[in-house]
Design a protein around this ligand. Structure first.
Ligand SMILES: *Cc1c(COP(=O)(O)O)cnc(C)c1O
Length: 421
């Protein structure tokens, strides 16, 4: 029996309605930018497997380091104990994070990193004897699938069963340059209660909202407003972190720096799961006390797993390398050229780009939306490219190690698909 048949027996996949989408593709090998399936097909991984494998799959620089680390130390409790991989990772991260970030808290995934960021923001005020319970978030943000993370995400039909149990959140539109003033007015109304603890946001690019991009000035004005009102800013850089926007972090493009940052996805180059929540010294100091109850009593068993720390450190070294920095520039420039070429096509409604992230909205009528996504997805697969359209948006976020030829092929299928929509 094939793997995809055996899969059907016991496996329940994430974000899947199995009755509507019973089929899976069984991948047997992944190397560089190519995925190999059990039927002998090859696919260019044009979204780096959900934005994780940015240095290519099974990158030997990373796998070799982890292989040698596992001869030395595997898992060790991180409460009361420490180890070199975690320390080295913290030192490397602090060098590339925005200047104000000074402490690093470990977890295992992006949702948890956000959950911890939310808890830090709420407890920050609690520890100062100020009970603030409201959070601000963007209307169409995405921050993960645990309860706090779901609460600050945009309302969606998928979260219907849980809405009654959410934290209290006030949602604001994303800044597009035209609504900047209106957003500040809304914020002024929201803060009248004096109960706002924090603002959770994806800086500059919102992945799950089909690569929606922000007006930089508008976002900065919101962050500045938050600072002026003691609202803790929590930047969810789970998707944007580690080079995607052209700089190490999206927050580095913005004048007003976040108090707290959430990281995961490309952190370990896709080799092992890990999440991180970083914060400024000011946040940390609100927890540093003779009173034990003021500590952050949150912890995951696999916190700072030495193998994941090693993968993350090797990934950061790659990110800083001349080659990868050069590739980021080449991909960005190459997207620019493709953008110029494709944006006037009658089937293209609009295009947008930040760093290595490129997105294109199709000019299709809403009623044809239905199974359009499935049709596009299959069209790309049949031509050897793994792209994952969202609604009427096709977006590219390929590994930094993608070759010129592979990138051209991704552009070609994107252009070809316009003939069938
Ligand atoms: C993927 C993602 C998350 C959730 O991360 P998981 O590791 O899937 O829990 C949170 N925020 C953003 C911006 C993401 O892209």
């Amino acid at each position: 029996m094939s793997l995809k048949e055996r899969d059907k027996k016991h496996l329940w996949h994430p974000l899947t309605q199995h009755k509507l989408h019973p089929e899976t593709i069984a991948i047997t090998k992944a190397k560089g930018c190519i995925l190999y399936d059990e039927d002998g097909n090859e696919y260019i991984d044009a979204i780096a497997s959900w934005y994780t494998c940015m240095y290519g799959h099974c990158n030997e620089y990373i796998t070799n380091r982890v292989a040698s680390q596992m001869q030395q130390l595997d898992q060790i409790i991180f409460s009361g104990f420490t180890h070199e991989p975690a320390i080295k990772l913290s030192e490397a991260l602090i060098k590339i994070l925005p200047d104000n970030q000074n402490k690093i808290f470990f977890s295992d995934n992006g949702s948890s990193a956000v959950e911890i960021g939310i808890k830090m923001a709420l407890q920050f005020h609690f520890n100062k004897d100020e009970k603030r319970h409201i959070l601000i978030a963007f209307e169409d943000g995405f921050h993960g699938d645990t309860f706090g993370a779901m609460s600050v995400s945009g309302l969606s039909v998928y979260n219907g069963p849980f809405e009654d149990f959410f934290l209290e959140v006030k949602r604001i539109p994303t800044p597009d340059g035209k609504n900047n003033e209106a957003i500040l007015n809304t914020l002024n109304d929201i803060v009248r209660t004096n109960k706002v603890a924090g603002f959770v946001y994806e800086p500059l690019v919102q992945g799950a909202a089909a690569m929606k991009m922000h007006d930089l000035k508008g976002l900065n004005a919101i962050l500045k407003f938050c600072k002026d009102h003691d609202i803790i800013t929590v930047a969810d850089e789970v998707m944007t972190g580690f080079g995607k926007t052209g700089d190490y972090f999206a927050s580095l493009h913005i004048d007003t720096k976040p108090d707290i940052m959430c990281l995961s996805k490309a952190l370990t180059g896709g080799l092992l799961p890990m999440g991180l929540t970083t914060c400024s010294e000011e946040i940390y100091q609100a927890f540093y006390s003779d009173d034990i109850r003021k500590g952050l009593f949150h912890g995951h068993t696999y916190s700072a797993n030495p193998l994941a720390c090693t993968a993350a450190l090797a990934s950061i070294e790659l990110l800083q390398s001349e080659t990868i920095q050069q590739n980021i520039k080449i991909i960005t420039a190459s997207h620019n050229v493709f953008d110029e070429h494709i944006k006037t096509h009658p089937k293209v409604k609009s295009t947008r780009q930040t760093g290595v992230i490129f997105a294109l909205d199709l000019n299709v009528e809403m009623k044809r939306y239905g199974n359009l996504r499935d049709k596009l997805f299959q069209f790309f697969l049949d031509r050897g490219v793994f792209l994952r359209p969202l609604g009427n948006t096709i977006y590219i976020q390929a590994p930094y190690t993608i070759t010129k030829e592979q990138l051209q092929k991704i552009y070609q299928v994107t252009e070809d698909v316009l003939e069938i929509v």
